[in-house]
Design a protein around this ligand. Sequence first.
Ligand SMILES: NC(=O)c1ccc[n+]([C@@H]2O[C@H](COP(=O)([O-])OP(=O)(O)OC[C@H]3O[C@@H](n4cnc5c(N)ncnc54)[C@H](O)[C@@H]3O)[C@@H](O)[C@H]2O)c1
Length: 376
Amino acid sequence: MKGITVDLGPQSYPIYVESNSLKLIGKLAKDHKLGRKVAIITDVNVAKYYREDVESCLQDEEFQVLGFIFPAGEQTKSLKMADYLYEKLIEANFDRNSVIISLGGGVIGDLAGFVAATFMRGITFVQIPTTLLAQTDSSVGGKVGINHRLAKNLVGAFHQPKFVLIDPQVLKTLPQREIWSGLAEIVKYALISDPEFFDFLEDTLGELVLLKNMDDVEMVIEHCCSIKANVVNQDEKESGLRRILNLGHTFGHAFETLTDYAVLRHGEAVALGMRGIAWLCKENQLLDEDEYNRIDNLLQRLRLPETVPDFNPKDVLKKIYHDKKVIDGVLNLVLLEGIGKPVIRNDIQEDTILSTLEFLRKQILVKNLSSRRLKP
Ligand SMILES: NC(=O)c1ccc[n+]([C@@H]2O[C@H](COP(=O)([O-])OP(=O)(O)OC[C@H]3O[C@@H](n4cnc5c(N)ncnc54)[C@H](O)[C@@H]3O)[C@@H](O)[C@H]2O)c1
């Protein structure tokens, strides 16, 4: 099976992207010489559709499978759930040769990966991402982690998978809101690396969200994985270049944390964050008016929930300074000098961030008002 390679010397691994490839998991596990004991970690929604198939494919190849089904949602990415898994793996005599497979979106991938990174100082891990966001972003690059009640993704590790298996067909059971959320990360890739891809998204966003053309969907997933692999190959541990993948995330994480991860999907929060960054860049003459309008128009096409809670910009600012991108008290922010031209800056002052948050707040209030007016 052909794959995109994440090229990290002895830790290199393939990302397989192919329609209807879920049923190949048993064979791939065998080809990759995985240990016999396998824990499959998934959530209730994914389990409903795919757990049995994945389990039986592995059992057909004589793997011993232990299944775990967690509640869906960001609250599952917690130390409590990780602790539960440690306990069960110890009880089942999992050893250094055992394997953890994540079958799910970014939440399950991050939790399963975190447990794989820490159990017995690290065991083999395989990602089978089932959301658009996980297939284009979170399953690649080895960042795994859990949330702390005070900040998102603050406890984690770098732990690369043995391989990533992506079957775009599983997106057909994904709710449309989740597809929009994944499209936000896809727009991010275009903004940080690729003006032509941005043009393509402007033309096809409406079709992509409906999964009208699965060849296009597969191509987009492959393209995003290649962009991410290329960045990770150059900077695995995020000491420089990899930070560009955080475009919009500093604001986005703050919105998610302030709303207890319960109101905005990850991609929705990132889309809002990217709108803020684009505006900040225009106001500071990094982006010209035309490019700003194109970016803002595309970002506005990514749906947000009908009502987004009002927020106090000062509270968001406080959360922003909890973010991992703050180093020695200095905030590193990914900005844009054009479509495909990211730049990392550490000289953005608090009052500039506050006025950006004021801008976003106004946008949200106007949007909330107009969706209320549209109601019969
Ligand atoms: N590690 C990284 O590099 C990285 C990068 C980006 C985001 N993330 C993390 O990813 C998380 C968000 O991931 P997500 O957007 O995939 O959310 P998610 O994992 O919560 O999945 C979204 C919803 O879709 C359901 N679902 C998943 N696959 C399905 C399918 N095929 N059919 C039907 N339902 C399905 C899930 O049960 C859930 O309800 C956040 O915690 C974010 O911090 C991590």
